[in-house]
Design a protein around this ligand. Structure first.
Ligand code: RIB
Length: 300
């Protein structure tokens, strides 16, 4: 199974705090680390750890973070032919994580913001070789549209995780096999509160299947075959950073293995839940064996 991920690559600067700071407040952190992150990169590494052959398409700056992040991908066995180095800084995220595992994230796009539609077109070969193309919204919107359109031209399956939340150009919906908002993103995209009606609206705009992540309530999906729900796994959340990225990777890996949507949702929930039990973005992404064992132990 081959996946091309087109998206952001960041170095996350993570601080652990008892509670998230208020406006104007200074708090002391109990832990600090730099961890490879970025929504695109997290999805790519997660899919590779679950057994997919993954090409990462994105940009890194000409800095030490760029070197570290590139080496990390190589160590994970990713195809890095689609990574360009720019003259500026790599993408960065400032993350605070509280005792409940909840976070705030500020992203400086750096090199991620320098990607252009022309450059996406130069990656056509990697897109052509993939079965699935995974997209998020931390690179310029015109690049997301160009990538989705190019993938569809080659008959590829396309998933968009609409995070961070932003309005989408109408034509983008028509290129999507899967759209995976959380409840906040769903409300922003549709202007509708209520998952059922919101999902129906997105289907009307041309997406084939909508999957909504419901945090600690699991996930649900809707398409022409009906509505599907998957229960959450009860875990103690340490840090929810990258749990959504891991969920998306799990979903695509399971669907690429031709597992039914219901089963794919349960698998994706497990991948997301396991990710939330560890600190840090890519450091917390589970291996395939860990997910399979976790699901078996849960059923036992
Ligand atoms: O989804 C989590 C990611 O969002 C972090 O790794 C951070 O880099 C931001 O992109």
């Amino acid at each position: 199974m081959k996946i091309a991920v087109i998206g952001s690559i960041n170095m996350d600067i993570v601080m652990k705090v008892h509670r998230l700071p208020e406006k104007g407040e200074t708090l002391m952190a109990s832990d600090y680390r730099t961890v490879p992150g970025g929504k695109g990169a997290n999805q790519a590494v997660a899919a590779a750890r679950l057994g997919a052959s993954v090409a990462m398409i994105g940009a890194l700056g000409n800095d030490a973070f760029g070197d570290t992040l590139l080496k990390g991908f190589q160590d994970e066995g990713l195809n890095v032919e689609g990574i360009q180095r720019t003259t500026g800084a790599s993408g960065n995220a400032l993350i605070t994580v509280d005792d409940q595992g909840d976070n705030t994230i500020l992203v400086y796009p750096g090199a991620n913001g320098d990607i252009t539609p022309q450059w996406i077109h130069q990656q056509e070969k990697l897109i052509q070789e993939a079965d699935w193309v995974m997209l998020q919204l931390e690179i310029p919107m015109n690049c997301v549209v160009a990538a989705a359109k190019l993938a569809k031209k080659h008959g590829k399956k396309v998933i968009l995780n609409p995070a961070p939340a932003a309005e989408l150009p109408p034509e983008l919906y028509t290129f999507l096999d899967l759209l995976t908002p959380n409840e906040t993103e769903l409300a922003l995209l549709t202007g509708i509160t209520g998952s059922e009606a919101g999902m129906q609206e997105l289907l009307k705009r041309g997406v084939k299947t909508i999957v909504v992540t419901l945090g600690s309530k699991g996930s649900m999906a809707k398409n022409g075959d009906g509505t599907f729900t998957a229960e959450p796994y009860a875990i103690k959340a340490v840090d929810t950073t990258a749990a959504g990225d891991a969920f998306n990777a799990g979903l695509v890996v399971a669907l690429a293995e031709e597992r039914p949507l219901q089963e794919a949702l349960a698998f994706a929930n497990a991948v997301g839940a396991l990710t939330a039990t560890q600190m840090g973005a890519q450091h917390s992404l589970p291996l395939r064996g860990q997910v399979d064992d976790f699901m078996k132990s849960y059923q036992a």
